[in-house]
Ligand binder design. Structure first.
Ligand SMILES: O=P(O)(O)OC[C@H]1O[C@H](OP(=O)(O)OP(=O)(O)O)[C@H](O)[C@@H]1O
Ligand SMILES: Nc1ncnc2[nH]cnc12
Ligand SMILES: [Mg+2]
Length: 211
């Protein structure tokens, strides 16, 4: 299936090939969107437990212009990176549900949830995982992804990578083809991306001084 190109992308392509338009090229647009998104994030020390510096992404959804900037940034990355659009966006319970469905709609892809154990009816696959604080189980419905479908896993934050790795394992168990992982924010010092079996993209980076 060929990738969907929006009107804005069509005009960006025209500009990149020398035809001036009123829209900036994708890379310039993405850079300025990232600056706006970065300045909206908040941090809370010692939440949910001592020693954790909690990154709060909720302000991105309080302002519709920031919300649009977020979805547009992720769309720009995906249009730049993939020759074909994903068939399914898989979002992680709970914060991956805040933007996974709207990103899927924007791309013309399906959406499938990874949920905490015990919330989904019917036959499910299950994976345990450990995260920066605590451990849990994730599930997907057995028919949520069809064999060979191209899947992009999305979540708000990658810390240790435990949650995303478990989601990737569920997609693989269902027969999906993992084409990548996309996050709003990465805590680089925890090296979570090393656990993931497909290309990783993060819009923003946090807690850069930590080791
Ligand atoms: O890379 P990791 O160490 O696995 O941590 C990242 C995960 O931790 C948070 O989810 P959490 O389950 O804490 O909360 P949520 O239900 O609000 O998404 C965050 O939303 C990521 O899903
Ligand atoms: N430091 C952090 N802030 C917010 N969500 C997280 N999930 C895992 N680590 C986190
Ligand atoms: Mg989460």
């Amino acid at each position: 299936m060929s990738q969907q190109i929006t009107a804005q992308d069509a005009s960006n392509t025209a500009q990149e090939s020398g035809h001036a338009t009123s829209h900036p090229p994708r890379t310039t647009e993405l850079a300025s969107l990232k600056i706006r998104l970065r300045s909206a994030l908040r941090q809370f020390p010692d939440f949910p437990e001592p020693g954790i510096l909690f990154e709060d992404i909720l302000p991105l959804f309080a302002d519709p212009t920031l919300h649009e900037a977020l979805i547009r940034s992720l769309e720009l990355h995906i249009l730049e990176t993939y020759h074909e659009k994903p068939d399914v966006i898989v979002g992680l319970d709970a914060r991956g549900f805040l933007f996974g469905p709207s990103l899927a709609l924007r791309l013309g892809a399906g959406f499938a949830p990874v949920r905490k154990r015990g919330k989904l009816p019917g036959p499910c696959e299950t994976e345990s995982f450990k995260k920066e604080y605590g451990e849990d189980f994730f599930q997907m419905q057995a028919d949520a992804v069809k064999k060979g479908q191209k899947v992009l896993v999305v979540d708000d934050i990658i810390a240790t990578g435990g949650s995303a790795a478990a989601a990737g394992n569920l997609v693989t168990k269902l027969g999906g083809t993992l084409i990548g992982f996309v996050f709003i924010l990465e805590l680089d010092f925890l090296k979570g991306r090393d656990k993931l079996p497909a290309p990783v993209f993060t819009l923003l980076h946090g807690q850069e001084g930590k080791v």
